[in-house]
Design a protein around this ligand. Structure first.
Ligand code: NAD
Length: 454
């Protein structure tokens, strides 16, 4: 039987969990259990759903310290960020517990007599496929709205975050009907089975996997959303506070070892900003606290595993061999990779066009604002962009012209507000956005009802 194993990034001989992979039979059985449970849950009154989800939030909160420690151990998330993630997870659950009271439709003027209205209904079983980098928040920002809307959920977590997912769902399951929330540990094949057996699919992960998942769901004919990678630019104008911008950007590029979809991957210095920005960035990198993820001061911990470490070092070598300059980093001690900043690489180079998921960032220059916009918008991705300027006119122009799902002005590219829609465009996202009230729409279908006098 195949198994799933996760190891601590900072201490790879520490095996966090080993469990059998669910296999095709396990996924099908979990979906069947979920389907049965959904019949009961879908018929519950709004108040009952709100009470159960509120109680689940209480259980997650009560396990706060344990969950923080588990995220540090299993995915090497710096403890300060792990704490923020667990707190956000509780807040997301509480937020969606209240969404059940939102209008579930609208009453319209009938063309004739009687009553004409719409009513949102749950879709059935939601199949959730998630990455390892936000081991609690991402599974939950999918599961909570799905449950609030009356669905059951089956989660296929990333192998590297299996223990976090299993513990979170164990806590969640307590106040909910048996079988309503299920976890199927496994790899890509379990994800594929889930995609073909559920009524709605929500995926987060790489473009490569997300494209396969979206195509399969479309073939099956079920609603799908896929949130994928990014190659996120941060544009810095000469009028910006360069030291502040550099500190923001370095935190956004290398915090949690650059392992966020919203991490800054390309820094574009405009005109006279380029030279002083480079100096400010190097100073901020020098001052970035790197090391033990258990230390509250650490911002940049280890990469997830030795494969990721190898990929970072290979990218630095490749940049050097292609005429780029490695301005910082390029070395590693175990899975701790020193933040890599590369300058002078041609815009058409593969590293300048594709996401390198880790502490790897490019420094580019643009002669003027139109060139910076064109550079930022080039390439296949469209998740998030950041711009640093003191000029409101420039800021508003960027907001209009940048081709990304999120735009940040004088703020780091990282950081997401769970009560607003979140989603990329172009290769970064497929289907409707996640989070906020948009999620309640995604996990429901609209029924139009006509009632005539009898
Ligand atoms: P990944 O694509 O390797 O895996 C994500 C999930 O998909 C895992 O559960 C994996 O087992 C599963 N999977 C892989 N191939 C599959 C297939 N063919 N069919 C079905 N399931 C499959 O990603 P990862 O390494 O876990 O995470 C890093 C990636 O996720 C980065 O590209 C990052 O940018 C992206 N990400 C995006 C967001 C976002 O909201 N846009 C958030 C976090 C991470």
């Amino acid at each position: 039987m195949r198994s799933v194993q996760s190891r601590s990034p900072q201490q790879p001989d520490d095996i966090v969990v080993t469990v059998p992979a669910a296999g095709m039979g396990g996924v099908v059985a979990a979906v069947e259990r979920a389907r049965l449970a959904q019949r009961e849950w879908g018929g519950c009154r709004a108040g009952e759903r709100a009470a159960a989800l509120t109680e689940a939030a209480g259980r997650v909160y009560a396990a706060r310290d344990e969950l923080i420690a588990l995220a540090v151990r299993e995915v090497g998330k710096p403890v300060t960020e792990a704490t923020a993630e667990v707190d956000r997870t509780v807040a997301i659950l509480r937020y969606y517990a209240q969404q059940v009271y939102d209008p579930a439709g609208a009453v319209h003027e009938p063309t004739g007599t009687g009553l004409l209205y719409t009513r949102r209904r749950p879709l059935g079983v939601a199949g959730l496929i998630t990455p390892w980098n936000f081991p609690f928040a991402i599974p939950l920002w999918k599961a909570a709205p799905a449950l609030a809307a009356g669905n059951a959920v089956v989660l296929k977590p990333a192998p590297q975050a299996t223990a976090c997912a299993m513990r979170l769902f164990e806590l969640l399951a307590g106040p909910l009907p048996d079988g309503l929330v299920e976890v199927v540990p496994g790899h890509a094949s379990e994800g594929q089975v889930l995609t073909s057996t559920t009524d709605v699919v929500s995926f987060t992960g790489s473009v490569q996997a997300g494209t396969v998942v979206a195509a399969r769901a479309v073939t099956t004919g079920v609603p799908v959303q896929a949130e994928m990678g990014g190659h996120n630019p941060a544009i810095v104008l000469p009028d910006a506070d360069l030291d502040r911008a550099a500190r923001h950007i370095v935190a956004a590029a290398y915090g949690y070892a650059g392992q966020k979809c919203t991490a800054t991957r390309r820094i574009i210095g405009v005109g006279a900003a380029s030279e002083p920005l480079r100096e400010a960035l190097l100073m901020a990198i020098d001052e970035l606290p790197c090391g033990d993820p258990g230390d509250p001061k650490t911002m940049c911990g280890p990469v997830i595993d030795d494969v990721a470490r190898g990929r970072m070092l290979a990218a630095a070598r490749e940049a050097r061999q292609s005429g780029g300059t490695v301005l910082a980093g390029g070395t590693a001690s175990d899975n701790l990779v020193a933040p890599i900043l590369v300058g002078g690489l041609s815009e058409g180079h593969a590293l300048a066009r594709h996401e390198t998921f880790g502490p790897f960032c490019l420094l580019q220059t643009a002669a003027d604002v139109p060139t910076a916009v064109a550079m930022a918008n080039s390439g296949a991705y469209g998740l998030v962009s950041a711009v640093y300027t003191a000029d409101l006119g420039h800021a508003l122009r960027f907001v209009e012209e940048l081709g990304t799902g999120l735009v940040k002005v004088n703020a780091p590219s990282t950081g997401v507000d769970f009560h607003l829609p979140f989603g990329g465009v172009k290769a970064s996202g497929y289907g409707p956005p996640e989070q906020g009230k948009a999620a309640m729409d995604f996990y429901t279908t609209v029924r139009t009802v006509t009632v005539q006098p009898g």
